[in-house]
Ligand binder design. Structure first.
Ligand SMILES: NC(=O)c1ccc[n+]([C@@H]2O[C@H](COP(=O)([O-])OP(=O)(O)OC[C@H]3O[C@@H](n4cnc5c(N)ncnc54)[C@H](OP(=O)(O)O)[C@@H]3O)[C@@H](O)[C@H]2O)c1
Length: 200
């Protein structure tokens, strides 16, 4: 397979890349690193990326930001960070990516446990995660030619646990090999419109 991993230089993305690059052609895109640079907040940048990659068998997005702060501190502009990056960035990865996806190919997005089990300071991040889950369920109803769309939602991953553990008291870190299995299920299984949850 020819697989594009947007966010392929990040904590989750590089684990997916190292799994797949043994037996497949993997292209990485990051904001400042990777084979190609892309800003998912910018639709033209996503279009330019796909023009460079050409046709693909799998598109994985493990990128997208949202502002973390107490709800009382979040301005409207702060909410727009998550809306523009994590939500519409990933929606546009799908919207434009379908034209570059081979029949039977898959697109896999990334959210996280906050959609179902939020912690403080995540009203924006939890909101966009939940929106992506609804988007995947609805958009998948209209996707044809055997193309599939799923989202992987994991808990705090082991390799980022040190950074995030104080925000997630009592949450178990998810081993990286278990996180990767979520993407493998989306790419190689038959799921379509699934929210693949890896929470423990
Ligand atoms: N870490 C966790 O425990 C966890 C758990 C569940 C869900 N998630 C979600 O999974 C996603 C990836 O998390 P992570 O921990 O792997 O993040 P990370 O280590 O910070 O990596 C982020 C990746 O996204 C790229 N990126 C950043 N801004 C971008 C933009 N505007 N356009 C395109 N690419 C961009 C980065 O590229 P450069 O390297 O070039 O900067 C990097 O490859 C995030 O949406 C996060 O919320 C994370």
């Amino acid at each position: 397979m020819k697989i594009l991993v947007i966010g392929g230089t990040g904590t989750i993305g590089k684990t997916i890349v190292s799994h797949y690059q043994q037996q497949h052609q993997v292209i990485t895109a990051g904001f400042s690193r990777g084979d190609y640079q892309v800003d998912i907040k910018d639709t033209q940048s996503i279009a330019d990326l796909y023009q460079q990659t050409g046709q693909l068998d799998a598109i994985i997005c493990a990128a997208g930001e949202a502002k973390w702060d107490l709800f009382k501190n979040l301005s409207e502009d702060d909410f727009h960070i998550g809306l523009n990056s994590k939500l519409m960035g990933q929606v546009n990865v799908v919207r434009l990516g379908l034209d570059y996806l081979n029949d039977q190919g898959s697109i896999t997005l990334t959210t996280g446990i906050l959609a179902d089990d939020p912690v403080i300071k995540t009203s924006s991040a939890a909101m966009v995660n939940g929106a992506i889950h609804s988007f995947v369920k609805a958009a998948s109803l209209e996707i044809t030619n055997g193309k599939r769309l799923n989202v992987v939602s994991s808990g705090v991953v082991m390799d980022a646990y040190e950074k995030y553990q104080s925000y997630f008291p009592g949450h178990p870190p998810i081993p990286m090999d278990r996180v990767v299995l979520g993407y493998v299920r989306s790419v190689e299984g038959r799921d379509h419109g699934s929210i693949i949850k890896i929470y423990n």
